[in-house]
Design a binder for this molecule. Structure first.
Ligand code: MLT
Length: 206
């Protein structure tokens, strides 16, 4: 039996109670971030879905109208769909719904941020690489117990640093404990991102 509603996905059982929800970037798939997940936390279970939207044949988690301009109705719908998938996957694979840490890159980081804003009960923490403001929620979520680490590229041509900073303010004003780091890089993920995110994850989150 596969979890419903279904996404193509990989699930790798781990030894600890934590599950990393791995969310790939545009053009990625469910296998892309498995090595990153092992690298960030070798003991965690890994749940890695493939985004259902195809943009010129490249998988994404929600539609966009142009680079950085999102189809907000689709984003909301896809955020709830992904949240329901995580809930059914937790029941199916028997992992703890209270110990899920999202790890998203680019488009995956943006849907993870959207999930924090619209479905905060799904995630206990999040690592967001190259994230931007996905949407402005109608009601402020309660993010009091959430810990979030964000890695930005100081020279990112897709995500302006000011937009990442706006996301940080939005999450903090809802009560989240947010750590933000900027790297001397563009949109690409660097080994410095991974090293600092790992340190943060192993040092401060259940
Ligand atoms: C997005 O569409 O989520 C962002 O522009 C990042 C990207 O996927 O290029």
């Amino acid at each position: 039996m596969r979890p419903e509603p279904d996404f193509l996905h990989e699930f790798v059982p781990g030894k600890s109670a934590r599950t990393l929800l791995l969310l790939h970037g545009t053009g990625g798939n469910e296998r892309d971030l498995i090595p990153l997940g092992h690298d960030l936390d070798p003991g965690a279970s890994l749940l890695s879905p493939r985004g259902k939207i195809l943009e010129n044949g490249r998988p994404r988690f929600f539609r966009r109208l142009a680079e950085g301009v999102f189809d907000l109705e689709d984003l909301k719908k896809r955020t709830h769909e992904l949240a329901e998938f995580v809930v059914s996957a937790a029941a199916h694979y028997k992992f703890d719904l209270k110990k899920i840490v999202a790890v998203g890159y680019s488009n995956g980081a943006n849907i993870a941020a959207s999930m924090l804003l619209l479905r905060p009960e799904i995630l206990s923490a999040a690592i967001l690489f190259r994230a931007m403001v996905p949407l402005v929620p109608e009601t402020k979520p309660n993010l009091n117990s959430k810990r979030i680490w964000i890695g930005g590229g100081a020279h990112d041509p897709i995500v302006p640093a000011s937009n990442t900073q706006e996301l940080v303010e939005m999450l903090r004003s809802s009560g989240a404990d947010v750590t933000i780091r900027f790297f001397q890089s563009g949109h690409e993920l660097t080994s410095d991102d991974v090293d600092l995110a790992r340190e943060w994850l192993t040092g401060s989150v259940d």
